[in-house]
Design a protein around this ligand. Structure first.
Ligand SMILES: [Cu+2]
Length: 115
């Protein structure tokens, strides 16, 4: 019992540490854990700067500004794309995007364009 509570505490403090350390760069799994309340399939708008494109994986990395209605601070993160990436967007461009949760509750970009 004692051993498992300790493991739990370590896991929790590990998570907190990771979340704070990951303000610069993180993956979707951390949002999964912190954003479980956002169950409705709502669209949320964001703005940021396109940092990288992984065409093979269908993902883009965006340094997004805070998204108040999701309670997200500004951060650098990868999103799956569920829409075409307009041909005029280049890495370094300011972008406007819309997010929705997919069936696995991963935050996915459903619209993106140059700001
Ligand atoms: Cu983020």
């Amino acid at each position: 019992m004692k051993k498992s509570s300790l493991a739990f505490i370590l896991a929790i403090s590990g998570l907190t540490g990771t979340t704070q350390a990951a303000a610069q760069d993180h993956d979707m799994s951390q949002h999964q854990m912190t954003m479980q309340h956002a169950a409705e399939p709502a669209r949320h708008e964001g703005i940021g700067v396109l940092k990288a494109v992984n065409e093979k994986a269908g993902k883009v990395q965006i340094a997004h500004e805070a998204i108040a209605d999701l309670g997200w601070p500004a951060m650098n993160m990868w999103f799956a794309l569920d829409c075409p990436l307009p041909g005029d967007i280049r890495v370094g461009d300011a972008v406007h995007f819309e997010l929705m949760q997919d069936e696995k509750r991963h935050w996915t970009i459903v619209a993106i364009n140059r700001k």
